[in-house]
Design a protein around this ligand. Structure first.
Ligand code: NAD
Length: 297
């Protein structure tokens, strides 16, 4: 029997734990605050940002939102980040990616105060993660780690394959899986667009994390029987629905769920975890700033 990993349920547990942390912070006179910055006309980015604001409200995190015209000079975004870095009521800053082409993404990420970098993308935080001393783990791979933990998936000694090497998913995911730590200790292979014979790598994998951004790319026929399959992908494909599209993952769910031991659905798998871990990092940032002990979920 294939177990369907319920990301909504695990995310609800994380949110509940975060709400407890918010209460502890309130007792210490601290209200955690997250700033979201949107410099884009992309409807998907607008939706992501408004979902993040709603999530904050639900657990008692104050949210501050700044919108910048997508054609404005990069300096305007830099000035916004500088101001938010200074604000005492803002503990976390999230610049919704992608930023427009005329803005240097790396410059933006470097500009955020590393203590407020709740996405975990600042080079200092990337370095700390790689060194095994993470301050803020990037939300998506951290969410995957929580799912593996919640479903008692043994990572120690397991062969893991991460499909994708992006800075936000693939690389930090692989770094978490190789750490000498609980939910680490996996022998991890990172596959990417230049990988030869991906199928051979997948055939040996006990754990597959698919983050290639290609709809239904990983087919069940390539998987080892009983493997744990984590589908990070969120792809809009044309469909005869009210919206004209539907969301599918990077894994062909129907064929994979016949082979896998456990699998995440799309939607309802990794997506809700990514959102929950942003709240987690925000309360962590507030607790660090004010030196309050909280019991993170
Ligand atoms: P990306 O486009 O930055 O990276 C895709 C990676 O896939 C690249 O590293 C590339 O080398 C690799 N790749 C491309 N073709 C390949 C092939 N044929 N074989 C092996 N590897 C190949 O994407 P990303 O930002 O890492 O996102 C990946 C997917 O995850 C997307 O669908 C995205 O929407 C989704 N995503 C979901 C969440 C979530 O919360 N669930 C968060 C972030 C991203």
């Amino acid at each position: 029997m294939t177990e369907v990993i319920d990301g909504e349920a695990v995310a609800a547990d994380v949110r509940s734990g975060v709400a407890d942390c918010v209460a502890t912070l309130a007792d210490a006179g601290v209200k955690p605050g997250l700033a979201t910055v949107l410099m884009s006309d992309d409807p998907a980015s607008e939706t992501y940002v408004s979902m993040k604001q709603r999530d904050c409200e639900e657990v008692g995190i104050e949210s501050v939102h700044v919108e910048i015209d997508a054609n404005a000079p990069a300096a305007e975004l830099y000035k916004t980040i500088d101001d938010l870095n200074q604000r005492e009521d803002v503990h976390g800053i999230l610049v919704q990616l992608p930023v427009p082409d005329h803005v240097d993404k790396r410059g933006v990420l470097r500009r955020i105060d590393p203590e407020k970098d709740v996405d975990g993308f600042h080079p200092e935080n990337v370095g700390r993660l790689v060194a095994g001393n993470a301050r803020y783990k990037p939300c998506t791979p951290h969410g995957v780690q929580k799912l593996l933990d919640a479903y008692d998936v043994e990572t120690e000694g397991a062969d893991a394959v991460v499909v994708g090497r992006s800075d936000i998913v693939g690389k930090p995911m692989a770094n978490l899986l190789i750490q000498k730590a609980p939910t680490g200790n996996a022998t991890t292979t990172v596959c990417h667009s230049r990988t030869e014979d991906l199928d051979a790598k997948l055939a040996d994998a006990d754990i597959v994390v698919a983050a290639a951004g290609i709809p239904e790319f990983v087919d069940g026929s390539t998987l080892k029987s009983g493997a744990t399959v984590i589908d990070v992908g969120i792809n809009r494909v044309d469909a005869d629905t009210e919206k004209g599209y539907e969301l599918v993952g990077d894994v062909d769910y129907d064929s994979a769920s016949e082979v896998a031991g456990a699998i995440t659905p799309v939607p309802g798998g990794v997506g809700p975890m990514t959102r929950a871990m942003l709240l987690y990092n925000t309360v962590k940032a507030a607790a660090r700033r004010h030196d309050v002990d909280i019991d993170l979920p």
